[in-house]
Design a protein around this ligand. Structure first.
Ligand SMILES: Cc1cc2nc3c(=O)[nH]c(=O)nc-3n(C[C@H](O)[C@H](O)[C@H](O)COP(=O)(O)OP(=O)(O)OC[C@H]3O[C@@H](n4cnc5c(N)ncnc54)[C@H](O)[C@@H]3O)c2cc1C
Length: 507
């Protein structure tokens, strides 16, 4: 795309058309380059199902489309791929061994197998082996344990970019959720979808030696920070702490879902409090002199309006000067990994012995096309683009294998599809909605126009956020005969519950 002419980009137009084809009513394009100072950055745009985003609308749209094609697409849950079946003579991939109820099952694929198992974000051993951090919290994809990498390696695929991942972002792990989204703590301005940027106040981050390790108000580029004219992964000490004073505490919540002035988190002991910096250092096990020296030096930077240590901007140089002082541990967090089997422009997996591995295709973040300067939104884009390429090419009928059924037309096994998905009790009606974590299914019983009970049958809302709403909404809906308010900060969950309720009541 020529500079500044992203509107004319045929690539973006085709994304918009594709989303319309999937059923998006009002898709939008926004300029969103991860490296705005890079040449050509003003030509990079992001297509969205609607704006503002951040509510899982694309996932919902795609799932809806899969559901619509039920006759052509079988979805098997709890049937993980374990091993590719490769002809040792020809190298052709003939299928995959999957595991169902603890037993191996052999699935033949006449024309192709597509690996789209994501990265290794939730495999701590792989993380230690391949990423530059010894440990880090993954913010997503709980079941992405690098299986596709192992399966591809097993058939001699060329494994690339294994050290490349999107992090770290220093962040507080919310004990209620066990997770955290990366941009909620650090940053220079609040964000509608990420929450308060707490570090723009009287806050610094230090390692065990009491010394700062970065410009706390910068937005990382998925974990990358400026370094001598380049961007490299942030070097983050572990453990690390966010240290702040009374002014910061009163200025902002740490997380959107946390209490004002962090009152509850201080009472729970998550945020440590002390009258002096020395006492605070002792409580968190940080070198007291190191911290005192660092704070004194940082406060001088604030006075001068210049931060020669990390270049924190003048407007956000706010001293730590008002007792009491507070500290909370920050952890390295990251979204996803990018390494895996290399693929070519046809989504064919490349062999480390040269050429392609016949009938094996790949899509998504597994063996991502994005190398060490990942540009935000590129993962979803490549999932869509390479998903379509891989699907189209794997579906081409191949002439190098027999198209006859090896079972002589007899069906193989299938998971039991006759079992109902949800068990309803007499008088209950099923209601389906969609929250932040996918399907919300509820069973609603009415008597003479009054709701008498609501049972939640399925939900995967974030514990401590949407999960809290799901815990209270059924009782509230029964007490008020269906009239419910949004639980603050959980509009997607609340709306999903409302849709499920309306669905059940319409039956
Ligand atoms: C919090 C967060 C925010 C993000 N924001 C953005 C964003 O704004 N824009 C963007 O482009 N990207 C974003 N990303 C990254 C993006 O979401 C992922 O890179 C993308 O979804 C990857 O898609 P995928 O299909 O390759 O893998 P996934 O969507 O992760 O799917 C892989 C699937 O494979 C399954 N699986 C794993 N092992 C096996 C096995 N052995 N057998 C069968 N199935 C298996 C997993 O259960 C999973 O369902 C974000 C990621 C996170 C965590």
């Amino acid at each position: 795309v020529s500079k500044g002419h992203w509107e004319e980009s045929s690539i973006l137009q085709s994304f918009l058309n594709y989303m319309k084809f999937l059923g998006a009513k009002d898709p939008k394009v926004e300029i969103r380059a991860e490296y705005p100072d890079a040449p050509g950055a003003d030509s990079i745009g992001s297509a969205m199902v609607h704006s503002p985003g951040g509510d899982g609308a694309l996932y919902a749209l795609i799932q809806e489309n899969v559901n619509k094609r039920k006759g052509n697409i079988d979805v098997w849950y709890n049937a993980p791929g374990k091993k590719l079946i490769q002809d040792p003579q020809t190298g052709i991939i003939h299928g995959v061994i999957i595991e169902v109820n603890g037993a191996p099952k052999y699935v033949r694929a006449k024309n192709g197998v597509i690996l789209a198992t994501g990265g290794y974000e939730n495999n701590p051993d792989m993380f230690r082996n391949f990423a530059i951090m010894q440990h880090a919290y993954s913010k997503g994809a709980r079941f992405n344990t690098g299986d596709g990498i192992v399966m591809a390696d097993d058939v001699q695929a060329n494994i690339v970019n294994m050290g490349n991942n999107n992090g770290p972002d220093p962040n507080v792990i919310n004990p209620e959720t066990g997770i955290s989204f990366g941009y909620m703590v650090a940053g220079s301005k609040d964000s509608a979808w990420a929450g308060p940027a707490f570090t723009r106040h009287n806050v610094i981050m230090v390692g065990q030696d009491g010394k700062r390790f970065w410009n706390e108000v910068q937005k990382t580029r998925h974990g990358r920070v400026p370094f001598h004219g380049d961007y490299v992964h942030l070097m983050m000490p572990d453990p690390a702490y966010m240290v702040f004073d009374e002014n910061a505490r009163l200025a902002s919540k740490i997380y959107g879902s946390w209490s004002e002035g962090s009152e509850k988190e201080i009472a729970a002991g998550l945020v440590k409090k002390a009258d002096t910096l020395e006492e605070l250092a002792k409580i968190i096990g940080v070198d007291a002199k190191g911290l005192a020296d660092q704070v004194a030096q940082y406060n001088k930077f604030c006075e001068a309006g210049v931060d020669p240590q990390f270049n924190r901007p003048k407007a956000m140089l706010k001293p730590l000067s008002k007792a009491p002082y507070y500290a909370v541990q920050v952890q390295p967090t990251f979204t996803n990994t990018l390494g895996g089997p290399e693929r070519n422009q046809n989504a064919e997996i490349m062999s480390r012995n040269g050429g392609t591995i016949l009938h094996l295709y790949g899509a998504g973040e597994l063996g991502s096309i994005w190398s060490h300067k990942y540009s935000g939104s590129g993962n979803i884009s490549e999932s869509l683009v390479f998903g379509r390429l891989a699907g189209a090419n794997a579906a081409v009928v191949k002439s190098d294998v027999s198209q006859e059924s090896v079972l002589g037309g007899k069906p193989g096994f299938r998971p039991d599809e006759t079992a109902p998905l949800y068990q309803l009790q007499p008088g209950e009606k099923l209601g389906i909605g969609r929250g932040m974590g996918g399907v919300i299914a509820i069973a609603v019983k009415t008597d003479g126009g009054k709701i008498v009970s609501i049972r939640v049958l399925n939900q995967h809302e974030t514990p401590g956020i949407g999960g809290k709403a799901i815990a209270t909404l059924p009782n509230e809906a029964v007490a008020n005969n269906g009239k419910i308010d949004n639980v603050s900060g959980t509009s997607v969950t609340s709306n999903g519950f409302r849709t499920a309720l309306a669905d059940a009541l319409s039956k």
